[in-house]
Design a protein around this ligand. Structure first.
Ligand code: SF4
Length: 255
């Protein structure tokens, strides 16, 4: 085990020399740890997808470019990037949190049980799939390996910020009339960290990307609700909020 360098010739040195030696060791250790912290801070500041984005790219080009993104550490353990899916002329953009296990394996957003719930909710709200572009605030799966199972983990603020340039590009190309944030991560990415879905669910508010933005429950949160009554009520809220999105299009004569 390493305990660092020993004070030289301790018994024969005067007390003040020994304390000088310790003071100088403490100062140099502090300097080293400050330098390490500064390097770590700079690495975090550099975390961004920005440098991987080709200029003026269309959706197909962006999707290919995203496959090489190392803008944050999440690419290391995920199977593949999961880019947004849908028409560049979609009127509604749905933004979720991050790919789950099924999405990571298939390379497509919302394909697991949560995706099926979302499809049915869209149908009930009268929204056709061709009207919708579906994506996530973060494009790689974050998980914790427990035995053979990969447990989904929520992306942190740094990862959401690092990945935001991809979402900005999707907005630049699609230019949706209405945006629906599915869950707190998407809402905080698009509407700010102080936005609370629990308090403002279903409200039509302006975001930096679209003047008509609605935040609602993530379909996975509906599936995870502890009781069947809660599941039913959250599911209905999701359908209601998608219905609001559809009504906004109808009001604008865009359906
Ligand atoms: S999560 Fe986003 S920023 Fe991080 S590596 Fe993947 S695509 Fe890049």
């Amino acid at each position: 085990m390493c305990h660092g360098p020993r004070p030289p010739d301790l018994p024969r040195r005067k007390a003040f020399e020994t304390s000088d030696w310790h003071a100088s060791r403490t100062n140099s250790s502090r300097r080293a740890s400050c330098a390490e912290e500064a390097i770590a801070r700079k690495a975090v500041e550099r975390e961004s997808a920005r440098e991987y984005i080709p200029p003026n790219a269309n959706l197909a080009e962006l999707r290919v470019a995203a496959e090489s993104c190392h803008g944050c550490p999440l690419y290391r353990d995920a199977t593949q990037v999961v880019f947004g899916e849908g028409s560049a002329r979609a009127l509604i953009m749905l933004v979720g949190e991050a790919p789950g296990n099924d999405e990571d394996l298939e390379g497509r957003p919302f394909v697991g049980p949560a995706g099926r719930l979302l499809d049915r909710a869209l149908e009930e709200a009268g929204v056709e799939r061709r009207q919708v572009f579906v994506t996530n605030a973060v494009k790689h799966f974050k998980f914790e390996q427990r035995g053979k199972v990969r447990i989904h983990k929520k992306p942190n603020g740094r990862e959401i910020t690092a990945c935001k340039p991809w979402v900005e590009e999707e907005f630049r190309v699609v230019r949706p009339q209405v945006v629906v944030c599915l869950g707190a991560t998407a809402a905080q990415s698009l509407l700010g960290r102080d936005f609370r879905v629990t308090q403002r669910r279903g409200e039509v508010v302006a975001s930096e990307f679209c003047p008509q933005t609605i935040a609602t429950y993530h379909p996975s949160a509906v599936l995870r609700a502890p009781t069947s009554d809660q599941r039913a009520s959250m599911r209905q809220a999701l359908v209601d909020d998608l219905t609001t999105a559809h009504r906004l299009l109808e009001d604008a004569g865009r359906t």
